[in-house]
Design a protein around this ligand. Structure first.
Ligand code: MLC
Length: 506
């Protein structure tokens, strides 16, 4: 049964049960399964009234909100392609994504002023831009019951497109069908033993696979309840975890680090929780151990990516090994292969993690070449991550084949930052690398050869923030006389990462 059909069934079955409790600092919005269905139906009707048709891309650039959830589910249910966007994107990033996706509709949050600025920035794009106050969503929806047709959601129809950073410096749209989303739900439902009695504490962003397709969809698929925080705040999360009302929590390692920092040397017994998971970045063994020591839980570390959803997970029943990402989920084919020859590697030998199965995405938006090169001839999707498998079939990640930086669970490709930095008139040459960092896992760090000593650190960071979401901007700029180059004239990035700590900021 497709995810949406299962959701509709849950809406009828669970009726007055809470689907979403949206907890803000000062107020709480309760959404039962019945009202979730009503909100989706109205939003579906509204989308149709806006001219959205099956196959159209619906971009939603709203802060995390109940309105955003309704619009996402409604877009999928009318056969459109839901495209939730990071509210932190800069206008130039938004322009690129809207132009690339040729979105039919863009829903933007906030004031009439910023709506008109967005409209102006996107004029001539052929995209309808509609401003929406997420707190007054109901007022903008049509009266009556709306219509939420299920006939539009064919298994092979695209349901969601999530933009992910690309090696070339341009984000690419990863397209997921209703079938692949559903397959990932079925796998996780079985592997993590979701039940309708679960209560998920949701503090992740809802514009990525982790928060949207793993956490939110996972809970709704199971008919469980979600306590949703509008953003991550370690103290608020701790308070709700301690209250005893939640059974499941999902986070990225940076969030766990902040939670541990918030409890300091104290301990908080979370053994009433059924499941704590970590993903989107590697969980350092010392963080795993500190969580066990201070929260009484062995976190389930799992491995996934935008193009595949979750592929590997430590077991619910069985040992959760720190530093390892566990076993393939049911129906996931996984292997380690030599990245050059494509030949499967032996146990214990490091190679590229490759996967096949119903969970894999259907390709990059209008980029058949990139899609083709992401798979080998036998249909294995190439993750670009290196790792090995032990004799019991457990997988461990070792490093990456590309120079992707993962900062606080967000992917940042150096090329994207380098392109922006290079546009500054004071920058002669630059190279961006990820440097190990206590808070972010890796910190975006730029090495710059400047044209004049007058170019300052802050000036370059501000310049980056004008074109890039703040999390992509370098945390540190290191001015150097020259960049280390290899015989081909390419920057030796591994050398930069090594020397980053030993160089003084100037
Ligand atoms: C925020 N900032 C970051 C950052 N997040 N900088 C680097 N890396 C990040 N990840 C910046 C802000 O822009 C801000 O800049 C400053 O840090 C402090 O902001 P903050 O308020 O403290 O940050 P916060 O909003 O709390 O965000 C931290 C965070 C967030 C950890 C909660 O980064 C986050 O939600 N990460 C989760 C990412 C995620 O969900 N990934 C899933 C990808 S899916 P300034 O200077 O303006 O103050 C995927 C597949 C899979 O990978 O398998 O899961």
């Amino acid at each position: 049964m497709l995810f949406l059909e299962r959701l509709r069934e849950n809406c009828h079955k669970h009726g007055s049960k809470t689907a979403i409790e949206f907890r803000e600092e000062a107020s709480t919005q309760m959404v039962s399964y019945k009202s979730l269905h009503a909100g989706m139906s109205k939003a579906a009707q509204w989308l149709s009234d806006q001219g959205v048709r099956p196959g159209d891309r619906v971009a939603v650039w709203l802060p995390k909100s109940v309105a955003g959830i309704h619009l996402h589910l409604a877009s999928c249910s009318v056969g459109a392609i839901s495209m939730p966007l990071n509210p932190a994107y800069s206008l130039p990033e938004l322009q690129y994504l809207i132009r690339d996706s040729e979105a039919r509709l863009l829903v933007v949050g906030s004031s009439p002023d910023s709506t008109s600025a967005t409209k102006e920035a996107l004029s001539g794009y052929g995209t309808e831009v509609v401003g929406m106050d997420p707190n007054r969503f109901d007022e903008q929806m049509p009266s009556g019951t709306g219509s939420c047709s299920s006939t539009e959601a064919g298994a092979d129809r695209l349901a969601v497109m999530l933009y992910t950073s690309g090696t070339t410096g341009r984000p690419k749209g990863a397209c997921m069908t209703h079938a692949s989303l559903t397959a990932n739900m079925e796998m996780l439902d079985e592997a993590w033993q979701w039940s309708s009695n679960d209560v998920l504490l949701h503090a992740l962003p809802m514009f990525h696979v982790h928060g949207l397709l793993v956490a939110l969809h996972g809970a709704l698929y199971a008919g469980a309840s979600c306590i949703v925080h509008p953003s991550f705040n370690a103290h608020r999360v701790l308070k709700d975890l301690a209250s005893g009302e939640c059974s499941v929590f999902m986070a990225v390692p940076t969030m766990y680090r902040r939670i541990l920092a918030a409890i300091g040397d104290d301990r908080l017994d979370l053994r009433h929780m059924r499941l704590l998971t970590s993903g989107s970045d590697r969980l350092p063994v010392e963080v795993f151990e500190a969580i066990e020591r201070q929260l009484g839980h062995r976190v389930v570390e799992r491995y996934g990516m935008t193009e595949t959803g979750i592929m590997l997970s430590n077991p619910i029943d069985g040992d959760r090994v720190p530093g390892q990402v566990g076993f393939p989920l049911p129906r996931v084919e996984m292997r380690i292969a030599d990245p050059e020859t494509g030949v499967e590697s032996a146990e214990g030998v490091v190679g590229e993690l490759q996967t096949r199965g119903p969970h894999v995405f259907s390709g990059y938006w209008r980029d058949p070449d990139k899609t083709k090169s992401s798979f080998n001839d036998d249909g294995w999707f190439r993750t670009g991550d290196l790792g090995k498998r032990d004799s019991r079939g457990r997988y461990e990640l070792t490093s990456r084949m590309n120079d992707l930086i993962i900062s606080g669970g967000f992917n940042v490709y150096p090329t994207e930052v380098e392109h922006v930095l290079a546009r500054h008139p004071g920058v002669y040459q630059c190279a961006v690398v990820g440097v190990p960092d206590q808070e972010w896992g890796e910190a975006v760090t730029a090495f710059v050869v400047r044209r004049s000593e007058e170019v300052l650190n802050d000036e370059l960071i501000i310049h980056c923030r004008q074109s890039l979401a703040a999390y992509k901007a370098p945390k540190r700029i290191v001015f150097v006389e020259s960049l280390p180059l290899n015989a081909m004239g390419k920057v030796k990035k591994h050398e930069l990462s090594r020397i980053a700590d030993s160089l003084d900021e100037r």
